[in-house]
Design a protein around this ligand. Structure first.
Ligand SMILES: [Fe+2]
Length: 446
């Protein structure tokens, strides 16, 4: 047991890399699901409890492979960085390397499939780490020499073009870099947008016409590092908070900035343009971040809010959609950047305590909760459509769950349109999956 909450309970790392076959299933896995449900988070290999911040632990990826109604395997593997290979005595990771890499080249925040490859990714300047289908680390990647610097943890795929749109930042930069990766896995555009400081830029969004930048008051603060904490960012409300609209075909001079009340947003749920040209951005909004707690995100209730932005100017209209605590907002990714009706999120209490998951009907302003009791902590919900031409919300919501009563984990598959019903399938895993950040369904035909 550690004094650092992010090294205790189900935040604590797991020791072993396991491979398990033919997992035990309750219910029936839909036969339409052929692919891998991947998930990633920190699994620190040698953390100092006094200074450890949840966000910087070495990465570990977990995956469950589904096909023909069966759970063929579970695997968990370190995403190898310089510290992991040194501690384990493994060979160095191959591939390009950035001089300014942080945290020994850690990649712990998201895992995606793109251009037929699997990548573990992180913000603040490190390169993506390419993984094999079976989740072994292959190499660091700069997308075939096309990536101008590092990458981010939150690229968003435009369903119409197959491009990834993302915001890259570095502690060394006073700009945010808009990067577009083509469906071929090569960068086809980048734009450096100057900002007045060095903000932490966790995520971003896009609409049909705009790339949306978040310039919010969590700022690089050398005093935090001098005080011995490992994540050198702090709440500075005097910096101000604003949203930038960059025309997707434009340059840095074309950005318009729109002030919002100081807050922090890790994750938008979605963004889109209305018929009148206004931009709607739905976000999970934290009232502040890294103001008093320098070990993890724990500064009051995170709510679901809607910001309406007029690109021609005027105040941003800020509206609360749901006052209950939540995080990890997702949607049917086929609606990314477009008007949408349904979103999904994880219920979140104080001290980053996870519970059930929510399905929001944004048209009616109502929601449903899938909760399996106090012992069951759901991680990020991932929506998978039943088929390419299925209606929005017609498909499944999948999540990794930690069960406090067994100190074990499973994967739950819900029918999205029967959200409060018992799962259609629950897949038992051979070990617990620590609380982490993000994951995705990577279909085999992607
Ligand atoms: Fe995130």
């Amino acid at each position: 047991m550690s004094d650092n909450p992010y090294l205790s309970g189900n935040f604590a790392p797991v020791e072993d890399e396991l491979t398990a076959s033919d997992l035990k299933v309750t219910g029936e896995i839909p036969r339409e699901l052929s692919g891998r449900l991947l998930r990633i988070g920190p699994n620190p290999i040698a953390a100092d409890p006094r200074t450890h911040h949840w966000f910087i632990g070495n990465g570990m990826v977990h995956g469950v492979r589904l096909r023909d109604g069966k759970a063929l395997w579970y695997r968990n593997r370190y995403v190898r960085d310089d510290a992991v290979v040194a501690a384990k005595g493994w060979p160095p990771v191959e591939g390009p390397k950035r001089e300014d890499q942080i945290g020994d080249g850690v990649a712990n925040t998201n895992v995606i499939g793109h251009a037929g490859k699997t990548f573990a990714i992180v913000e603040a300047g490190n390169l993506p780490v390419e993984l094999s289908y079976e989740l072994e680390t292959k190499c660091r990647s700069d997308f075939g020499g096309t990536l101008p610097a590092g990458f981010s943890a939150h690229p968003h795929r435009d369903p119409d073009t197959g491009e990834l749109h993302t915001a890259v930042y570095s502690p060394a930069w006073e700009h945010i870099q808009y990067v577009v990766v083509g469906p071929d896995g090569r960068v086809r555009k980048s734009v450096d947008v100057p900002v007045p400081g060095r903000p932490m830029v966790h995520d971003c969004m896009f609409t049909k016409s705009y790339f949306i930048l978040l310039d919010l008051p969590v700022i690089l603060d050398p005093g935090v590092a001098e005080a011995g904490f490992s994540l050198p960012y702090k709440w500075h409300p005097e910096y101000g908070a604003r949203v930038g609209l960059l025309p997707r075909d434009g340059g840095a001079d074309d950005v318009t900035w729109h002030e919002v009340e100081p807050c922090y947003v890790f994750h938008p749920m979605n963004g889109y343009e209305d018929a009148d040209g206004r931009v709607t951005l739905d976000v999970v909004r934290h009232p502040k971040m890294f103001a008093t707690d320098m070990q993890g995100p724990n500064e009051g209730r995170a709510t679901l809010d809607r910001w309406r932005i007029d690109p021609t100017g005027g105040p941003v209209k800020e509206e609360r959609l749901d006052d209950e605590g939540q995080e990890f907002p997702r949607l049917d990714d086929r609606r990314a950047g477009k008007s949408y009706r349904f979103g999904y999120s994880t219920s979140l209490g104080g001290e980053f305590s996870l519970g059930g998951i929510k399905k929001h009907d944004l048209r009616s302003g109502t929601w449903q909760v899938h909760n399996e009791g106090e012992q069951r902590a759901f991680m990020e919900p991932v929506f998978v459509p039943r088929s390419d031409d299925a209606a929005e919300d017609e498909g499944w919501v999948m999540a990794y769950v930690y069960d406090r009563s067994t100190n074990g984990s499973d994967v739950v598959i819900l029918d999205a349109q029967d959200f409060t019903a018992p799962p259609v399938a629950t897949i038992q895993l051979p070990q617990r999956v620590p609380f982490g950040f993000h994951g995705n369904w990577v279909a085999d035909d992607e």
